[in-house]
Design a binder for this molecule. Structure first.
Ligand SMILES: Cc1cc2nc3c(=O)[nH]c(=O)nc-3n(C[C@H](O)[C@H](O)[C@H](O)COP(=O)(O)OP(=O)(O)OC[C@H]3O[C@@H](n4cnc5c(N)ncnc54)[C@H](O)[C@@H]3O)c2cc1C
Length: 328
């Protein structure tokens, strides 16, 4: 019998799933669209303080341990590989990747999320001044590297989630002043909120909330950000550096389109576009599972991704034995 299980995405969820699939006696194959395994943690130069057992390690060093583990276990992997076409005949999925066709009994979607970047703000007037500018940063994971760079500068941080608050708190230690611009409400972790409140009290951080950005423009060596808060005249803040912390979106579209085009079905998604699963990581399509951030808008982190990768592997193995594929 074909015992192959195709895992799309080689971040923490996909690697954990592949490891368990191997030990459960099936044959994993990981398809990773980038040239290296590891996923989002490659962008993270923060210390990974949320994961027990690795004090002092940043995300980039931490993910190297995952990659070493995958190599030691010789988990079969295709890099620079995404499914181009997925069809189904009988009990098998046929997954086309370049000239290779993979026959798999089940598919596990572990494609994670991507950081929202320029596309997300390009509708705002004057946004072209931001494009490729060295005064603009979209990657929250690079914040620790930028803390020395913003010394003595006026910095705007746009976004009130975990990453916006962490960036504001860290950069307040070196920047001359921080403008934290939040469209609606602050949503970040309680501890980060406290750090920001301390910065506001000390006069180092100004919170603009609720604030809508009307336009960007060049102002000498600085970038002007015009804000409107609904009841007063717009104000323009001239700043030296802007950090966009706009959140993340799930990587679903490519695979969902493939599944629909081949008539296999449409994945049930949440209103924000994340894959809906049951508690066993089953999606709405029989023999297709999803694990990690792509199916977990509420609690995305390495620990939950690893856990869901494990659950998906164990579920599909049990389902394969009992031939029970239904979404419950
Ligand atoms: C700045 C930042 C800091 C963070 N800090 C922490 C932290 O300190 N601690 C913590 O626990 N979590 C942290 N996180 C969250 C953590 O990185 C994620 O929760 C975790 O990486 C999710 O793992 P995943 O495998 O679900 O997805 P990802 O890590 O996103 O991996 C998904 C993989 O799928 C691949 N892929 C996508 N689409 C396709 C496709 N069509 N075909 C093939 N491959 C595809 C991607 O290239 C990627 O390699 C942080 C996130 C960010 C952005």
């Amino acid at each position: 019998m074909n015992r192959k299980i195709c895992i799309v995405g080689g971040g923490p969820a996909g690697l954990s799933c592949a490891l368990w699939v191997k030990y459960l006696g099936l044959s994993p194959i990981i398809l990773e669209k980038h040239s290296r395994l590891g996923g989002l943690q490659h962008t993270n130069s923060f210390q990974n303080t949320w994961y027990m057992g690795i004090p002092g390690k940043n995300g980039q060093a931490f993910i190297q341990d995952f990659i070493r583990h995958a190599e030691a276990e010789t988990l079969p992997t295709l890099l620079n590989a995404s499914p181009q076409k997925i069809t189904q005949s009988g009990d098998d999925f046929h997954i086309t990747v370049g000239r290779t066709e993979i026959l798999a009994k089940a598919l596990v979607i572990c494609t994670g999320q991507h950081i929202r970047r320029y596309d997300h703000v390009q509708e705002i007037a004057g946004s072209e001044v931001l494009k490729d500018s060295p005064q603009v940063c979209f990657n929250p994971g690079s914040t620790p590297l930028q803390v020395p760079y913003v010394a003595g500068q006026h910095v705007a941080i746009i976004g009130g989630g975990d990453n916006g608050l962490a960036t504001a708190a860290l950069m307040a230690s070196t920047a001359d002043h921080i403008h934290l611009i939040v469209r609606s409400e602050i949503r970040g972790f309680g501890l980060y909120k406290q750090w920001v409140m301390d910065g506001i009290q000390s006069g180092k951080i100004t919170l603009h909330q609720p604030a809508h950005i009307q336009r960007f423009e060049t102002k000498g060596d600085q970038i002007g950000i015009t804000l409107w808060n609904g009841d007063r005249n717009p104000v323009t803040l001239p700043v030296d550096f802007i950090c966009f912390r706009l959140g993340l979106s799930p990587n679903v579209k490519a695979i969902d389109t493939s599944l629909q085009n081949s008539g296999i079905g449409r994945l049930a998604l949440t209103p924000s576009g994340y894959i809906k699963t049951d508690e066993f990581c089953r999606t709405s399509i029989p023999r297709i599972y999803a694990a990690g951030d792509v199916a977990n808008q509420r609690d995305p982190c390495v620990a939950t991704a690893v856990a869901q990768g494990t659950i998906a592997a164990r579920s599909l193995e049990a389902d394969l034995r009992s031939r029970c594929w239904r979404f419950s």
